[in-house]
Design a binder for this molecule. Structure first.
Ligand SMILES: *Cc1c(COP(=O)(O)O)cnc(C)c1O
Length: 396
C-alpha cells in the first residue's frame, strides 16, 4: 500500500445501498422534543403525508405505515393476503427475493422459487412455464423484487403484469420496491401492481424504522377472505383509523414522521420525474467509469446489460477477493464507505456503490475519484480515463 497517512478525516461519506444519505433538512426536522401524540400538529400532518407518499408510489390506493424495516413490511404484506398452505411464486434475481420467499415460508406458505442467479433479470419464458402449469391457480401471489439490491438487477414489472394478464392468472402481483422507490421509475397503478412494499431508509431518505404497504381493491378483497390476520400486521385499522394511534397500533414513530415529511417535501419540490431522471443520469456516469475500468480486466459490472441495471445501486466484482480490500482502503484512508458484496458466491471479491436518494453529481465524482485513488494505491489493474468519461456523461 502506497499511502500510509490516512486522509479520511473530514466529512465522511456513507455510499452504501441503504441506509442512504440523510438530508440536513430531514435531520433538522427530527431535532425537536417529543410531540403530543393525542392532539395537535402530528395528528394533523397525517392526511397530507399519506397523500404525498401515494404520489411517490404513483397510486391512488391505500397506504398503511408500519414501525418496521423492510423485512417487517415483507411479513406485514404477506400476513394480510397469504394464508397458511397457500402458494406463492418468487422469481429471484438476488438474495432479497430469496429472503422474501423464506419469510413467506415462515408464515406457512408453500414457496415456489425460480432462481435466475445473482446477475440476471427474470426470464419470462420460465415464469410463464410455471404459471401455465398452475391450472388450478394455486399460486396466490407473485413476489416480485423490482430492484434486487444485492445484485443491482432491475426487473421489468410491467412485463410481469402483462404476462399474468395474458395467461389470465389471478395471482396478486406483489412488488418489493424498497430499493427503487424514489430512485427508479415505479408506477404502481399504471403498472397494475396489487401490493407494493417499501421502507423509508433508501430513496425516501429517512432514518431506518418505517415501512409502507400500498395496496389496491383486489388485494383488499383477498384480505377479506383470510381466516385470520395477526393483529399487529393487520392493515385494516391502519388505513381506516378512528383514532390516531390506530395508524400505528400504538405510539407513532413521532420523529420519523417529521423526517419523512421533510424528505417528501424535497422529493416533490424537485418533482418525481426529475428525481428519476437525476438517478438515471448519475447511474450512467458511474457505469461509464466502471466500464472503462473494466477494460483493465480486474473489475466487472455484475449486470452486463444496462437496461437491467438499477439506477440506485451498482454491484461490482473484483478478482481475487479484492472487494473487501478496496472497501477497507476507501473507508479508512479516504473517508468513503462502499457497500459489501451481498449474497454473492465470492463476498469478499464483490462490493456495491449506493447511489440512492440524496445524491448529486459532485458526490458521484467523489465516489469515482476515491475508487480511482484506491485502485492506484492497491495496484489493481484498470482501464485509463474513467473519470473523464464520467465527467462527460454528467456534462452531456
Ligand atoms: C433493503 C432491502 C430490503 C430489506 O430492508 P430492511 O429494511 O433491511 O429490512 C428488502 N428488499 C430490498 C429490495 C431492499 O433493498
Amino acid at each position: 500500500m502506497k499511502n500510509q497517512i490516512s486522509l479520511a478525516q473530514g466529512h465522511a461519506y456513507l455510499a452504501i445501498p441503504g441506509p442512504s444519505v440523510m438530508p440536513d433538512a430531514v435531520l433538522r426536522a427530527m431535532h425537536r422534543p417529543s410531540p403530543n401524540i393525542y392532539d395537535g400538529e402530528l395528528i394533523e400532518l397525517m392526511p397530507a403525508l399519506l397523500d404525498d407518499l401515494r404520489r411517490v408510489a404513483r397510486t391512488q390506493h391505500n397506504v398503511a405505515i408500519y414501525i418496521a424495516n423492510g423485512h417487517g413490511t415483507w411479513e406485514a404484506a404477506l400476513s394480510n393476503v397469504i394464508a397458511p398452505g397457500e402458494t406463492v411464486l418468487a422469481p429471484a434475481s438476488g438474495t432479497f427475493a430469496h429472503g422474501w420467499a423464506e419469510m413467506a415460508e415462515g408464515i406457512g406458505a408453500i414457496t415456489q422459487v425460480i432462481d435466475f442467479g445473482t446477475s440476471a433479470p427474470w426470464d419470462f419464458d420460465r415464469i410463464a412455464e410455471v404459471l401455465r402449469a398452475d391450472t388450478a391457480h394455486k399460486i396466490k401471489a407473485v413476489l416480485a423484487v423490482h430492484v434486487d439490491t444485492s445484485s443491482s438487477t432491475r426487473n421489468n414489472i410491467p412485463a410481469l403484469r402483462a404476462l399474468l394478464d395474458d395467461l389470465n392468472h389471478p395471482a396478486l402481483l406483489m412488488a418489493d420496491c424498497i430499493a427503487s422507490l424514489g430512485c427508479d421509475r415505479f408506477e404502481m397503478d399504471a403498472w397494475g401492481v396489487d401490493v407494493t412494499v417499501t421502507a423509508c431508509q433508501k430513496g425516501l431518505m429517512t432514518p431506518a424504522g418505517m415501512g409502507f404497504i400500498f395496496f389496491n381493491d383486489k388485494a383488499q378483497a383477498k384480505r377479506a377472505t383470510m381466516p385470520r390476520v395477526s393483529q399487529y400486521w393487520d392493515w385494516q385499522p391502519r388505513i381506516d383509523p378512528e383514532r390516531f394511534y390506530q395508524y400505528f397500533n400504538g405510539t407513532a414513530p413521532t420523529h420519523h414522521l417529521y423526517g419523512l415529511r421533510a424528505a417528501l417535501d424535497l422529493i416533490h419540490a424537485e418533482g418525481i420525474e426529475h428525481v428519476w431522471a437525476r438517478h438515471a443520469r448519475l447511474a450512467r456516469a458511474i457505469w461509464a467509469a466502471c466500464e472503462v475500468w473494466a477494460k483493465g480486466g480486474a473489475l466487472h459490472l455484475n449486470v452486463t446489460d444496462r437496461s437491467y441495471r438499477s439506477h440506485a445501486v451498482t454491484a461490482l466484482r473484483l478478482t481475487e477477493g479484492r472487494g473487501a480490500l478496496l472497501r477497507s482502503y476507501t473507508e479508512h484512508q479516504l473517508g468513503l464507505t462502499l457497500g459489501i458484496g451481498l449474497g454473492m458466491e465470492d463476498w469478499n471479491g464483490c462490493f456495491r456503490i449506493g447511489h440512492m436518494g440524496h445524491v448529486n453529481a459532485q458526490m458521484v465524482m467523489a465516489i469515482l475519484g476515491s475508487m480511482e485513488t484506491a485502485f492506484a494505491a492497491l495496484d489493481i489493474p484498470r482501464g485509463q480515463g474513467a473519470l473523464e468519461v464520467a465527467a462527460a456523461a454528467l456534462a452531456a
